[in-house]
Design a protein around this ligand. Sequence first.
Ligand code: GLA
Length: 400
Amino acid sequence: MKSSLRQGIVAGLLVGCCSGVTGCGGSAKPDPAGAKKGSSSITAKEETSEKNMLTVQREPFGQTANHEEVTLYGLHNQSGMKVNLIDFGAIITSVEVPDRDGKLANVTLSFPDCAGYLENGPYFGGACGRYANRIAGGKFSLDGTEYQLFLNNGPNTLHGGKTGFMKKLWAAEPFEGDKQVGVKFTYVSPDGEENYPGSLKTVITYTLTNDNELRIDYVATTDKPTVLNLTNHAYWNLAGAGSGLIVDHELTLNCSKFLPVDETGIPTGEQAPVEGTCMDFLKPHKIGERIDQPVNGSGGYDHCYVVDGKVGELRPAAKIVEPKSGRVMEILTTEPGIQFYTGNFLEGNAKTGNAPKHGAFCLETQHFPDSPNRPEFPTTRLNPGETYTQTTVHKFSVAK
Ligand code: GLA
């Protein structure tokens, strides 16, 4: 990072400046003039130790196809963690976490530059919406009207369709607190975008705490009845992104049931007990132990699990331990489901961040796939006057 730029940015934050949030989709406008204000404050801050400061730093990351500026926000906490986010797609581009010796490594898959994120790809780190995961036939009905969505995954729609939330520029508002720092991203999806009804305002707030928690809060409102399902699609390899396969990671899922799927990844409607099957992670198992066994798992695991406990309450869903580095990630969520995907479509080439098949895993907290067509699943309908909320926490630590 260029020091002068960083100084300007942190200074901007110190004087309460942020990039322009207009409440309108695709209208994020960083405020470089504002960011220069108060550079004397930052000089003072820079003269003290930079290493252990809670800061948000900002730098240019590239441009969209329409030549809009894309900005990277670097969150630093006082416990040695760093998280980079960009306003294009509200994407997490890196998560640096210490191992048991204090050595930092980026544990999430990423592209080296903006161009990688502009193309359609494997959804690295981004916000999936309006509907994360699949809707059968890309079709659903609401109050007697049928909506046909774009089919981008065989016969189905996946992760928002042709141009989902990951391909939008979000308005960004960084913030600093006493024990946490973060960025609030806002995007207003116009009525009819990707054929979904209603103008949908979505706010996603990423917060990095001094306890090494990366918290993601989602809030959405609509002006017409609609459906939505939001998640983040980060790919994890706790030994370090690009360090090999994730087969030795030990996974625990607090999920007594999962959703069997057909050969196109659509739930059959059954909520099947995991007990005694290759889907059972109630006690820790190495991810690779039974990875060749799941039915319709596209060459590994690619299934939504039903998180035990009360929907809407923040409760433990998953724990992953990487034995060599000692890195541990726990996931807590308010959501009913968690999609466990073992990077089965990663191809070891530049298009997939040079990660090989099973070179990373995803644990996407969300509502169940195809819920708009499954009245027996928790509803994904949102009405005007209601507020959709979701919270997911990724807590990092080390095993001794
Ligand atoms: C999801 C799906 C997978 C795959 C990835 C992206 O998590 O469940 O089948 O499409 O996204 O490659």
